[in-house]
Write a protein that binds this ligand. Structure first.
Ligand code: ZN
Length: 495
């Protein structure tokens, strides 16, 4: 039976993974050895059955039934054998990019990554998504049902981290995932080497990462903006953004410089201005301070160097800006506490850059940070607020899916007492005040559908509050006065 499965894999690779006739014998012999089979299968194969497949998983499942002890790396090895070599993928990607454009090239890489089982799903359809309609701006919420993002682990000898280039083709990966089938694309941004790869747990369209070829720490400077705009010159229909380079208010992976990219329409790009600003010396760059959940400066220009100049002024000055009135400590005796999240897009020949100030200074009263999620809302999201949340796409933890179902049960059925449900589901303990609030407001006799909508609405409301708590210049008189003091310090005038 295994010999038949080997032939199915060969046929599959011929159809979907660019396996060419010259390499068939070579790959077949590799598979025979890997699976302990002496001679190839001699009978016929049902081509139609293989043509119907959109991923190799059904063949792998068939194999697992016969060989129950197959490890993650054994399967990784099979996928590696039937996948095209990295250099062939790079060559084809660049040919398509040259001939049909970046979008088509990324589609090729995406389809390849599904077909060689690198990506966990054909798209983010397993995720739960809903829109929260806020008073001024909406928020899209999503529960990432895939494995949660790995937290940064201590550095190892090889590879130095999960983002390093040396993960390409790696077995025995630290996070229990074979990366034998990972394929990446080298990208040059002026004189610096980067590489582009798809995110293994995609939760939006073409969710990808741009990674520095060197294992260098995250940095937020004018150069960070330059890199983003240079990337957009090559991938104009994408957005590209970066988390701040600070603990608790930034990336979970600070040791290796990287950006997040993708093609999702982010709600921040629809936000209206609260103030239109002006920098006299840089007249060809439009500046707005947005009417958005979290403080954000929006810069817009066809002139890249004007955007760089203005970004540099805002970033550098915000990093050292202190304001006692709102507890903002950017620089504490040489220890930096302020940074930015930076998101960029391109439309035609116009670039737009969103600068979102962040600060991680903490006090006894606010041990996780003055400008951070409040303790009482950590039940909804306890991970740092990053690029995607700030842009209006709020990623909630996978655990919340089951917890929400229990809350829906509480709001739509009186069969069990609330305390009985909480007692038998300890994951709900952290939600007790939230659940009490739900029950007081909405009672327990809702239809299941209504209960689901109510739970989603209340989670959206908390998420909006979380964003506001992470904001530096709050929508209060004190917050807005602090904003004006900062604007004055960098000579930005309100038009
Ligand atoms: Zn690294």
């Amino acid at each position: 039976m295994v010999d038949l499965i080997i032939e199915k894999l060969i046929l599959y690779a011929t159809l979907y993974l660019d396996l060419e006739s010259e390499d068939v014998v070579f790959v077949r012999n590799g598979l025979l050895h890997a699976l302990g089979v002496i001679a190839p299968y001699q009978g016929e194969i049902d081509i139609e059955e293989i043509k119907k497949l959109s991923s190799p998983l059904p063949i792998i499942d068939e194999l697992k039934k016969i060989k129950e002890n197959l490890s993650v790396d054994d399967i990784g090895n099979i996928m590696s054998l039937i996948s095209p070599r990295p250099k062939d993928v790079i060559k084809k990607f660049n040919e398509i990019k040259e001939r049909e454009g970046a979008d088509q090239a990324v589609s090729y890489l995406y389809n390849l990554s599904i077909h060689n089982n690198y990506l966990m799903s054909s798209d983010g359809y397993l995720n739960v998504e809903w829109l929260y309609e806020g008073e001024i701006n909406d928020i899209m919420l999503s529960i990432n049902t895939f494995k949660p993002t790995e937290l940064e682990t201590s550095s190892s000898i090889y590879p130095k981290c999960d983002l390093c280039y040396s993960n390409v083709g790696l077995f025995n990966s630290r996070n229990d995932l074979s990366k034998s089938n990972l394929r990446v694309i080298p990208i040059k941004l002026i004189n610096e080497d980067w590489f582009f790869q798809l995110s293994k747990y995609s939760y939006y369209s073409e969710h990808s990462i741009l990674v520095n070829l060197e294992h260098i720490p995250m940095y937020i400077t004018k150069k960070t903006v330059q890199n983003e705009l240079l990337f957009l010159d090559q991938f104009p229909n994408f957005f590209i953004g970066i988390n701040s380079d600070l603990k608790n208010v930034g990336s979970s992976h600070l040791s290796h410089m990287h950006y997040e990219c993708g093609k999702r329409d982010l709600l921040i790009t629809h936000a209206k201005p609260r103030y239109i600003l002006r920098k006299k010396e840089i007249p060809d760059c439009e500046i707005e301070y947005l009417d958005w959940h979290i403080s954000c400066f929006k810069l817009r220009s066809k002139n890249k160097s004007s955007i760089f100049k203005l970004s540099e002024i805002i970033i550098n000055n915000f990093k050292k800006h202190n304001d006692d009135e709102i507890g903002l400590v950017g620089d504490d005796n040489g220890v930096r506490h302020s940074s930015m999240i930076i998101l960029s897009t391109k439309s035609g020949d116009t670039y737009t850059v969103y600068l979102i100030p962040r600060n991680n200074y903490n006090t006894k009263e606010y041990p996780s940070g003055i400008f951070n999620t409040r303790y009482e809302n950590l039940n909804i999201k306890d991970e740092p607020i990053g690029l995607m949340e700030s842009a209006g796409f709020f990623i909630l933890p996978a655990r919340l899916k089951d917890e929400m179902n229990l809350m829906i049960e509480i709001l739509s059925s009186t069969n069990y007492s609330i305390s009985d449900i909480i007692e038998s589901n300890s994951s709900l303990e952290k939600h007790i005040p939230f659940i009490n609030n739900l029950v007081v407001k909405y009672g327990r006799k809702n239809s299941r559908e209504a209960a689901s909508a109510l739970v989603k609405y209340e989670i959206g409301k908390i998420s909006e509050k979380i964003l506001k708590d992470n904001s530096i210049f709050k929508d209060t008189i004190d917050g807005q006065l602090a904003l004006f003091r900062f604007l004055e310090s960098i000579e930005l005038e309100v038009k």
